[in-house]
Design a binder for this molecule. Structure first.
Ligand code: GLC
Length: 787
């Protein structure tokens, strides 16, 4: 292939592309109040401002005379009634809400967003909004030297995206994921900018090919769409957490997954027979390694026909699923969108007869090559087809299956463009559009169809869905893994900023293939990767056909013991993780967090890509190089306690930390609390016990809450849950803990205790106003409580 040789840098190949043929929208001619917002009639286009909330403003450019305010399915929020004050002068229009000010200069139209106190949040200068006759739309914004950029969904490379250029076009990339490999499977045209601790966000609601350019110019950045509307939202902050709350207000938040989905998952392309799956489950049991899920990759099907089983390899899937479920292990099968072209296959017959597949304008079906050979593709843009596809999942739920894995849903097609012909027409609920215009929605809408279908079929139980492709809002339906990585140390390193930026983009439930998918893994890599996996929201070990098997025991006893210990640690930390999942569900906040999210005023955190936090008090600084046992760890303000050794590190500086292969550098902030339970083999158990570990301090206070429920049903949506509010006051040689359940649901624990770590001599412990003597244990003073 010539592009893999020096021909790629032939002088004739790389002429710079100039953007100056964009036409500016020009001067504001008049202003109208329309659809609850304001429309600026400009020389070349109309621009509409709509306030979704007092801190969220939407900006839509339409061609002259057109009033199209339709959103994509990414948007779920309704427009709230917002008090808006408008002042107009000869040069400017100033629109004010309680939380922000939009200032529009008229000659030409340029838009700035400020705080009510007049501080600049986001602004335009020489360049603003423009378009080309071919349908491209663009918007420029001012970039200050101190601006940092985060989000953009699933991107490789470092944490801070300043200096990068990104394309959003869902793509199946098997080639090694390098820092410059772009685009990948997900498209989330959203980012957050951080300027000296203050943040704002922008979401470009356009499902065609979009690009974000923070590289080409020094003083401006831009975002543009290949077709469709320039339709973007500004989230006014003020901190990064507020921006995520605002963005997920618009695009939605994740439902709580069933608890079993946050346990350990084992996968392989493929476990090829019922026997192999049973043997796998037995080995986990014999070795006492906790496990909640086993995946069935494409070999379970009859020649890769979705909604079938291969009768030779899997003669009795129902019995297999039921037997494993009795052991507390769930089966999750893969479901790809391509439906094999086969006139004797009922799914294909139904799809053709009832007009569910994507077609060309002229009426011919679109066919592409995927695993089953020539295949047709459901048109998920039509609700009628979503319902059909969703209902078909009864095939799986009748067997006792509660989780589905959607793959190849970019959609991936084995051809030069890697996807569907862009001239294919989508029905789009009666508003037909080409695949070029809607490409990035395919995975999201397949996820919607699948999730809702599973929900209908599961009668009150929560479904679990894993997806490879998606668009903004994908968090409402699915967990996202980062696709076909490799068993490279570099890919372990890259998975941190990748997952952190996904988390900042509203997708909290993420993780890479632990151990690496392609290429051969090894014991040391798998051990170090499992240490990280134990703390990433989604925790699955998956490997490719033709590579070494990489189950926890494959590389010998030394590694097995370490890997097992960290899978166990995951299970001990489940109460803490589950509470963080609840925070993602209720506020949109990520579980796995870059340090800048918690310390946005600490510039040392802005580019920190090789450490992360879970929640607001746990810091993880994994070792991600072979044979390395020491690393630099940056500790933000406060004091930090080594989880394993109890050693205390002073914050605000960097320390060298030693960690042999069996140790993950893991630290808890002094003065805070984490929730754990004794080791269990499955995420869901009847014998629940809660341990609240308090890291004693001399001074300071901390408030938090721990969440719990039955872990399986949708009862939590009607209040069947526990919210344990815990507050800690450390002062005058006293640690005063108060703790109460904010919900009416009774506490589901047979035992509940506080364990106080690092008590100083003379420090007293009080719980709910009563002095406690407790019992000394290896980890600290244990105080049993009844709440
Ligand atoms: C794709 C997926 C991978 C899966 C394989 C076979 O490459 O990304 O996870 O194992 O297809 O289904």
């Amino acid at each position: 292939m010539l592009e893999d040789t020096s021909f790629a840098i032939h002088p004739g190949q790389n002429q710079a592309i100039e953007n100056d043929s964009y036409r500016d929208v020009g001067t504001v001619q008049s202003i109208q109040r329309r659809d609850g917002g304001l429309t600026f009639i400009c020389d070349a286009a109309d621009i509409h401002l709509q306030f979704y909330r007092s801190d969220i403003v939407r900006v839509v450019m339409n061609q002259k005379g057109v009033s199209d305010l339709e959103s994509t399915p990414a948007v779920v929020a309704a427009v709230e009634s917002v008090n808006v004050g408008v002042e107009e002068t000869e040069k400017k229009v100033v629109v004010k809400t309680d939380h922000l000010v939009v200032s529009v200069s008229k000659k030409p139209f340029r838009l700035s967003v400020l705080t009510p106190e007049g501080q600049d949040i986001m602004s335009e200068k020489d360049k603003g909004i423009g378009f080309k006759e071919n349908g491209e739309v663009i918007c420029y914004k001012k970039m200050e030297p101190e601006d940092r950029f985060y989000g953009f969904g699933e991107k490789s490379g470092f944490l801070d995206k300043r200096g990068e250029y990104y394309t959003m076009w869902n793509t199946d990339v098997y080639a090694p994921h390098n820092p410059e490999t772009d685009p990948l499977y997900q498209s989330i045209p959203y980012f957050m900018a951080l300027r000296n601790g203050r943040a704002y966000g922008i979401f470009l609601d356009n499902p065609s090919k979009t690009t974000f350019d923070m590289k080409t110019e020094q003083e401006v950045y831009s975002f543009k769409g290949d077709s469709g509307k320039l339709d973007y939202y500004v989230f006014a902050g003020e901190g990064p957490k507020e921006v995520i709350e605002q963005y997920t207000h618009i695009t939605g938040r994740m439902p709580l997954p069933p608890k079993w989905a946050i346990g350990y998952h084992q996968s392989r392309y493929s476990y090829e027979s019922e026997e192999e799956v049973r043997a796998l489950a037995n080995t986990f049991k014999e070795k006492g390694i906790p496990l909640d899920v086993i995946y069935l990759d494409i070999h379970y099907m009859n020649e890769y026909r979705v909604f079938t089983f291969d009768k030779d390899r899997f003669p009795n899937p129902k019995k297999l699923v039921q037997d494993l479920k009795e052991e507390g292990i769930r089966i999750v099968p893969i479901v790809d969108p391509g439906v094999k072209k086969d006139p004797e296959y009922s799914t294909y017959q139904e799809g053709v007869r009832n007009d569910h597949f994507c077609k060309y304008l002229e009426g011919d079906l679109y066919f592409g090559e995927v695993w089953p050979g020539t295949s047709a593709f459901p048109d998920f843009t039509d609700e009628r087809t979503q319902k059909w596809w969703g209902d078909m999942h009864q095939f799986y739920t009748e067997l006792g299956i509660e989780g589905i894995w959607n793959d190849m849903n970019e959609p991936a097609v084995f051809n030069e463009t890697k996807t569907m012909d862009t001239s294919v027409i989508h029905n789009n609920n009666g508003d037909p559009k080409t695949h070029r215009q809607l490409h990035n929605l395919y995975g999201l809408l397949m996820g919607k169809a699948t999730y809702e279908g599973m929900e209908r079929n599961l009668n009150g139980k929560r479904p679990f869905l894993l997806t490879r492709a998606g668009f903004a809002g994908v968090q409402r339906y699915a967990s996202v893994w980062t696709g076909d990585n490799r068993s490279f140390w570099e890919h372990l390193q890259m998975s941190l900023p990748m997952c952190m930026n996904l988390g900042l983009s509203g997708v909290a439930f993420t993780g890479p293939d632990v151990g690496g998918f392609a290429h051969d893994s090894n014991g040391e890599l798998l051990a170090r990767w499992t240490q990280v996996g134990a703390f990433t929201p989604y925790f699955r070990n998956h490997s490719a056909i033709g590579t070494l098997y990489q189950e926890p025991w494959q590389f010998g006893e030394k590694y097995e013991a370490i890997i097992k210990r960290y899978i166990e640690l995951r299970y001990e930390w489940l109460p803490q993780l589950y509470s963080l999942f609840h925070e993602a569900h209720s506020k949109g906040l990520p579980i796995m967090r870059p340090l800048m999210l918690e310390y946005p005023r600490d510039a040392k955190t802005y580019a920190l890509h090789d450490q992360f936090m879970i929640g607001d008090n746990t810091l993880i600084a994994p070792i991600m190089q072979p044979e390395v046992t020491d690393r630099a760890v940056y500790f933000p303000e406060g004091e930090w306690v080594d989880y394993f050794s109890g050693k205390v590190y002073e914050g605000g500086t960097t320390h060298l930390v030693h960690a042999e292969l069996d140790t993950l550098p893991l630290f808890i902030k002094k003065g805070t609390v984490i929730a754990q339970s004794p080791l269990q083999q499955r995420a869901i158990t009847d014998e629940k016990e809660l341990e609240l570990h308090v890291y004693a301090h001399i001074n300071g206070s901390y408030n938090t809450s721990f969440y719990d429920d039955d872990g399986e049903t949708t009862g939590y949506l009607s209040g069947e849950s526990v919210k344990l509010h815990v507050s800690i006051q450390c002062k005058d040689h006293q640690i005063a803990i108060s703790c109460h359940n904010e919900m009416e649901w009774p506490l589901p624990y047979k035992k509940c205790s506080f364990i106080i770590h690092g008590l100083e001599e003379g420090q007293e412990v009080w719980v709910n106003k009563e002095r406690q003597s407790g019992v000394w244990t290896e980890r600290g003073l244990r105080v049993e409580v009844t709440i």
